[in-house]
Design a protein around this ligand. Structure first.
Ligand SMILES: NC(=O)c1ccc[n+]([C@@H]2O[C@H](COP(=O)([O-])OP(=O)(O)OC[C@H]3O[C@@H](n4cnc5c(N)ncnc54)[C@H](O)[C@@H]3O)[C@@H](O)[C@H]2O)c1
Length: 325
């Protein structure tokens, strides 16, 4: 299959690009490098450095593609709270522009990177796909608006699609890992703390959870990539698509993650307690039967120790490269 990946120079898109290439697909990437890294696009993969809203750049790629995987987005919750208009313009506006180009040029299969942030605060149990979606921050709002746009537009375009709601992507593959700037995700921040580069802040220890810190569902980024390939095969086989959670079904608290980072790195983390961050639900854990039933897929590489071991290996090399350049 020929696959166009928007945001393929980013963290999750980059891991998907490698998995798709290794599975024998022909992969093309368009990325504005707003948060991505050109050097993380593997050699041999066609790469266009441009914004996906530039019709002249994306149309020739779409015409040659059988499917588009739409990873490109802004995804920092705090920034979305400070500047929601920009978030709606970039995420929803960018997506509408992509759909206009798809309408004109094809392809007819699309996979969209949605998020657990569509759910909001919930009732303290794992989220099912049919739970109400009541996002508590503008980032989650943009993702829900994009899902709804897709659900309305897809039939008119003859498009089949999955909206895959990722929980917390984590871990690394040999030559690619998590490097957001600024970084807001717990595991890379904790690894930075292990390297003595920062103090780790625990944002709120008064949540209604057993140890008071937030609980998240960490899924290995390789599991995410594999789920996308499985979803793509399902669309190609005639599946009608829909919204599915991608997580493990197991929640780990911020304090637990910090403890596993200390164990894996063999280093005590400098830590301090800070106030809660606005827009952080206490618990985000996936109910995972939907993906199992629809795709026959479950996460299989998402043991937290293995995730952190993989992330630690990659993180040290990445920081060393940064220090040398
Ligand atoms: N990381 C997570 O835990 C997580 C969880 C849920 C959902 N998601 C979603 O998954 C997707 C990928 O996340 P990530 O962590 O890899 O982020 P990332 O920032 O590493 O990657 C996003 C990529 O999109 C590119 N991009 C942004 N706007 C663009 C535009 N207009 N045109 C072209 N390229 C553009 C960026 O340069 C970057 O390379 C995002 O849609 C995000 O909302 C991520």
């Amino acid at each position: 299959m020929r696959i166009l990946v928007t945001g393929g120079a980013g963290y999750i898109g980059g891991v998907f690009v490698r998995a798709a290439r290794d599975a024998g697909h022909e992969v093309m990437v368009i990325d504005s490098l707003t948060t991505g890294h050109a050097e993380s696009v593997p050699s041999g993969v066609e790469f266009v450095h441009d914004d996906l809203r530039n019709r002249a750049a994306i149309a020739p790629l779409l015409r040659r593609a059988d499917a588009v995987l739409h990873f490109a987005a802004l995804s920092i919750v705090g920034d979305s709270i400070n500047d929601p208009v920009s978030y709606y313009r970039e995420n929803l506006g960018g997506f509408i522009s992509l759909l206009e180009a798809v309408k004109e040029c094809g392809p007819r299969m699309l996979i969209f990177s949605s998020s657990a942030a569509v759910y909001g605060n919930g009732e303290g149990r794992p989220f099912r796909e049919d739970d109400p979606c009541l996002p508590v921050n503008p980032y989650g709002g943009t993702k829900l608006a994009m899902e709804q746009t897709l659900a309305h537009v897809a039939p008119a375009l003859g498009l089949t699609s999955f909206s895959l709601r990722y929980f917390n992507a984590a871990g690394a593959v040999a030559d690619h890992g998590e490097a957001h700037s600024p970084e807001t995700h717990l595991i890379p921040l904790a690894l930075d703390a292990a390297l003595g580069l920062r103090e780790l802040t625990l944002f709120g220890t008064d949540y209604p959870t057993p140890d008071g810190s937030c609980i998240r569902d960490y899924i290995h980024v390789s599991d995410l990539a594999e789920a996308h390939l499985t979803a793509l095969d399902a669309l190609a086989a005639g599946d009608a698509g829909g919204a599915l959670n991608l997580g493990t079904g197991t929640g780990r608290s911020v304090k637990e993650v910090a403890a596993v980072v200390e164990q894996v790195t063999g280093r005590a983390l400098p830590m301090k307690v800070g106030p809660r961050r606005i827009g952080d639900p206490a618990l985000l854990v996936a109910a995972v039967d939907g993906a199992a039933e629809r795709l026959g897929w479950r996460a299989s590489r998402s043991n937290l120790t293995e995730i952190i071991e993989a992330a630690w290996g990659w993180h040290q090399e990445f920081k060393e490269r940064g220090a040398q350049s």
